[in-house]
Write a protein that binds this ligand. Sequence first.
Ligand SMILES: Nc1ncnc2c1ncn2[C@@H]1O[C@H](COP(=O)(O)OP(=O)(O)OP(=O)(O)O)[C@@H](O)[C@H]1O
Length: 421
Amino acid sequence: MPETETETVTTDGTAATSGATIELENLTKRYPGNPNPAVENVSMEIKAGETVIFVGPSGCGKSTTLKMINRLIEPTSGRIRIGDEDVTDIDPVKLRRKIGYAIQSSGLFPHMTVADNIALVPKMVGWSKSRVKDRVEEMLDLVGLDPREFHGRYPRQLSGGQQQRVGVARALAADPPVLLMDEPFGAVDPITRDHLQDELIRLQHELHKTIVFVTHDFDEAIKLGDRIAVLRERSHIAQFDTPEAILTNPTDDFVSGFVGAGAALKRLNLTRVRDVGIAEFPTVTVEDPLQTIFNKLRNGPHNELLMLDRQNRPYKWLRRGDLMRARGSLARAGQLVHDTVTRDATLHDALEAVLTDSGGRVAVTGRRGEFIGVVDMKTLMDNVQELLEADRLTAMEHQHELEEQRFHQTEQELEGGGGGV
Ligand SMILES: Nc1ncnc2c1ncn2[C@@H]1O[C@H](COP(=O)(O)OP(=O)(O)OP(=O)(O)O)[C@@H](O)[C@H]1O
């Protein structure tokens, strides 16, 4: 196996193909009838296992560049290498088996069930029936859909977010080292979009694929990308760097324009809930007897409890007095949980959830929506302050380095001047 493509062991112990490097060399695309190239001389190297985001204004050539990687669009000139292989001239159908592809409208076949949609590529590459069946289950589970419930449904019987999940499951089904995603979450509402982004981050933690992802949305780019390529017209690279570097050090006005206002707030998109303290919180379930709930409320450390449903998912916040006011009726007591975040949510999402909740905390949930703990306002504020303080220090160090460089330069110039002629 080439060094640029490796295997990892997934949480269930099976080997999975991890990412492969992608190299684009002087890639150009001219569409017929247009004298100006849509993409001109793009060269970039994407590391194995990295998530790279293409952002840039509409029409700058993001999709064209992406589709040249799996040769849905044939390059006019230039080379593409994946792993150690030059794939510029190999059979495009064979190439696409190595590359998963997810698009905005999920691209599912409407007349096929969810299972058949996911099984498509594994069947094409000749996997045995039982292997395909297991894989479909595994993929549904991976994207957080219960196989028993979703297996036999048709795409029209799914919500937009569920369709996108199936789209991602299908793209990953044949275990390709590379995943191309063209605005995959562009058509869903903002809350579902946040959740799908979190899911993708979690998946990537497990799978280490090489992902190239196109978006218009700079916040999405910051949240998902290991590196971001800010593209200008004809896919010319304005800056290709980490989200931190682009936020704190944009190369020019074009990139600054993309970063937009509020860089400090955007920094919150770079830290995840998993990196801050998730606290325990007293819980009861809907099946607990009323007396138990009363006792826990009276004796617990908070004047509040979280009630979980039968699947252990957050259901209601119950405060002391709520039960009295509702005259002992659990159905009427308490406040429904409106918003939850996962461990992969950003501090930005968590802060938003906390700010819109009068209790000043948000419940954190796992893959299937089960309760894990809570994050509260104080924890968030402490972390935000630390983050901004660290930024200030980095900026000061950078400033110091610049001054030192300038000082040495002047010194050299003076010495050079003194010793000259
Ligand atoms: N099939 C085609 N024939 C001719 N021109 C095309 C074709 N597809 C795209 N173009 C042109 O190529 C340029 C780049 O298009 P592309 O779709 O790659 O941009 P994009 O950055 O992905 O845009 P958007 O963000 O709006 O989706 C545009 O000027 C577009 O009009």
